[in-house]
Design a protein around this ligand. Structure first.
Ligand SMILES: [Zn+2]
Length: 211
């Protein structure tokens, strides 16, 4: 699959699975110094590979594509710039995770699958969508917490990975654990997993494709 097709495939997957609604959210993948990213404000069911933009990460110039790039292009490019290991990014406003973001509350380790993201999913401070400040906060929070995902306060979710498969799976996991945390808080207090239990789960993920 070409990078452009991959971006379209995962953008549609986010929409079809309900992780994104309307034209919210965006998906990108990096190839060396180039970033392939979804366009701004185009319904996912109409998106084709011709709509995907190619951006030079050094100059910030659009080198291919006629549409406007996603409004969160600065955030995507700053994350790639600061993290050589990140090759793909999925950004959503998925409902339960965004509820935690609106409450400025990290998603706690109530389910072992969160180990794929980190000890918890931390919250980056609020800044206006599309701003350089938001990009800076997202990068800083990812780095400080050494996680594969971050909540953007009063906004949404960012998941990263070395492939779009990884980033997408993590965006899904973040939403799932957020929903479980929300529900378990209604039933009782959180019963958190320990660092050792999370380490043990993470170790298991290395040998199990499906868990
Ligand atoms: Zn957004």
């Amino acid at each position: 699959m070409t990078f452009k097709l991959e971006v379209v495939h995962f953008a549609k997957k986010c929409y079809n699975s309900g992780l994104t609604v309307g034209t919210s959210g965006n998906v990108s993948v990096r190839d060396g110094n180039l970033m392939y990213i979804t366009p701004s404000a185009l319904p996912y069911d109409e998106m084709t590979e011709e709509d995907v933009l190619v951006v030079d990460l050094t100059s910030g110039d659009i080198v291919e594509g006629a549409r406007n790039p996603s409004s969160e292009t600065p955030m995507h490019s700053n994350i790639y710039y600061g993290n050589p290991n990140v090759e793909a990014i999925v950004h959503t406003h998925s409902k339960f995770a965004t509820m935690f973001a609106c409450a400025h509350m990290p998603i706690p380790p109530v389910h072992y699958t969160i180990a794929d993201i980190g000890r918890e999913v931390p919250v980056a401070p609020y800044a206006r969508y599309g701003s350089e400040k938001l990009a800076k906060y997202a990068v800083e929070t990812l780095e400080k917490n050494q996680t594969n995902g971050v909540l953007l306060a009063n906004h949404g979710v960012v998941a990263v990975g070395s492939t779009l498969d990884d980033a997408y799976r993590r965006a899904e996991t973040i939403e799932e654990v957020a929903e479980l945390a929300y529900g378990s808080k209604l039933l009782s207090e959180f019963k958190l997993l320990t660092d050792e239990e999370l380490d043990e789960a993470l170790e298991g993920f290395k040998t199990y494709v499906s868990n």
